[in-house]
Ligand binder design. Structure first.
Ligand code: F0G
Length: 460
């Protein structure tokens, strides 16, 4: 039987009220927040699309897991359940639990990167690059050119450009490349997948030359769904099988469990090499916690172990998840709003450079658009452009990314189709009056990861 709709494979058991605000309240709130949606109070937000990170709704089975979590300091039963879930679903035998994704990035970077190293990767992620630069490494972007073209319909914009990768390896030499950092469903490109074929070729290229390949598998399930839909010969495989194969083409992975894994906090570093895992554990005990809990409580680990199994138990979960994202993307596209195509896995990305083409990039069009969208109807989005890109630590200049985007990230299992209609109406209305939107300038600029806490004012 063919099913036509992506309708959700769950029903709602508990609800959380959200507040609808007035235009005046929102104007005041965004001004007080320095035009940075990270600095808004969540009580002033109606539909929160700031991030899909840590914002999922857990299932009844996960909530039940909280009650049976084992809070033993050492050797917790919940830790062993988590190890088994990671091994069964991702295939990695060594688990190093952390409080969230950046904790895993920190440990991985500290054990492998030395000053002067280069870390090639398929587009940067903010915290990942920070941890690569912190011990003295340099991130080098080797993603395909299509990733930087919002209108390109290329189905695998997350792919690694093998020619660029080989050129970096030749330039630095294998001794100065601790690993190649490959992200599944590339966040900053708009939630865009890589193909299995490309990952296999990247892995072969690395291995022939003795270079490790480390995945950021934070959204690997969403990537697996796109492989199933778009890559020849994959349609009849389950998302679980494809996910396992993705991980099989790597030496290890960092995962922020706050996304695919359907929990509100947690993460891990997973490895194949026991010796490398030992080195990671000896740092873990200093920075995160004992090696059998990292930064998580027993109940966190129990809910996480269950979330990991749930995310691939049937393909219907990810089908509905991405179906909802595509539903919003299609509405915005039909309203004429310029968005990154194809629509990504975890959200819809609006091309702010194109929508606000009256603003130069140094007046932060994506930041300004994000503030304007909040003021319209209380929808909270996030800037993913020049503010997020930060400054070059060497010369202090802005990194100037080719993509200047506003991200509407959709939490998993949280909002309804009617909420998506409201978002589309609000952004459609903002689009109609786009020429009135003013640029912004900093009134406070933090030194690192500035987008989280920066403050701005409009340029009149
Ligand atoms: N890697 C990717 C691809 C991510 O998207 C994130 C977080 C991390 C690593 C870091 O994980 O937050 O658990 O420490 N992304 C969030 C976002 C913050 O909104 O995109 P974390």
């Amino acid at each position: 039987m063919t099913r036509r709709s992506w309708a959700e494979p769950w029903k709602i058991k508990m609800v959380e009220p959200i507040r609808m605000t007035t235009g005046e309240e929102r104007e005041r709130a965004i001004q007080e927040a320095g035009y940075n949606t990270f600095l808004l109070r969540s009580d002033d937000v109606y539909i929160d699309l700031l991030t899909d990170s840590g914002t999922s709704a857990m299932s009844d089975h996960q909530w039940a897991g909280l009650m049976v979590g084992d809070e033993s300091y050492a050797g917790s039963r919940s830790f062993h359940n988590l190890c088994q879930a990671v091994e069964d679903v991702y295939g990695y035998p060594e688990l190093v639990p952390t409080h969230q994704g950046r904790g895993a990035e920190h440990i991985l970077s500290q054990i492998l990167i030395k000053p002067g190293d280069a870390i090639p990767g398929n587009m940067y992620f903010t915290t990942t690059r920070f941890h690569q630069e912190h011990p003295g490494g340099t991130f080098v972007d080797v993603i395909v050119d299509e990733a930087h073209q919002p209108e390109s319909d290329f189905p695998f914009k997350g792919n690694v450009d093998l020619v660029k990768l080989q050129a970096v390896i030749d330039e630095y030499g294998v001794d100065r490349i601790p690993y190649v950092s490959v992200e599944t469903n590339v966040n900053m490109a708009g939630g865009q997948p890589m193909s299995l074929e490309n990952l296999r070729a990247t892995y072969d290229l690395c291995h022939r030359q003795g270079v490790l390949l480390m995945l950021d598998a934070t959204r690997a399930v969403e990537n697996a769904w796109f492989i199933k839909q778009r890559e020849g010969g994959q349609m009849d495989r389950s998302v679980a099988e494809i996910l396992y194969e993705i991980c099989n083409l790597s030496d290890g992975a960092t995962v922020s469990s706050k996304k695919d894994n359907l929990v509100n906090i947690g993460g891990f570093l997973a490895l194949r090499d026991p010796e490398l895992a030992e080195r990671a554990r000896s740092l873990l005990v200093a920075f995160e916690g004992l090696h059998t809990y990292g930064g998580m409580s027993g109940r966190d680990m129990e809910a996480l172990a269950r979330g990991i199994r749930e995310m691939v138990a049937t393909d219907d979960h990810v089908r509905a998840r991405i179906g909802q994202v595509e539903y919003l993307g299609d509405m915005l596209f039909k309203a004429g709003v310029p968005i990154v195509r194809p629509v990504g896995g975890h959200g819809v990305f609006v091309d702010a450079a194109k929508m606000l083409d009256h603003l130069p990039q140094e007046h932060f069009p994506a930041q300004a658009l994000t503030a304007a969208v909040y003021a319209d109807c209380g929808v909270r989005a996030m800037e993913r452009g020049i503010v997020s890109a930060g400054r070059d630590p060497e010369n202090g200049e802005h990194h100037v990314p080719k993509l200047e985007l506003m991200r509407l990230a959709i939490p998993r299992r949280v909002y309804t189709q009617a909420h998506m209609d409201v978002v589309a109406e609000s952004i459609g209305a903002t689009y109609e009056r786009r020429h009135e939107i003013k640029g912004l300038r900093f009134t406070y600029e933090p030194k690192s990861l500035r987008f989280f806490q920066a403050r701005f004012e409009p340029i009149y």
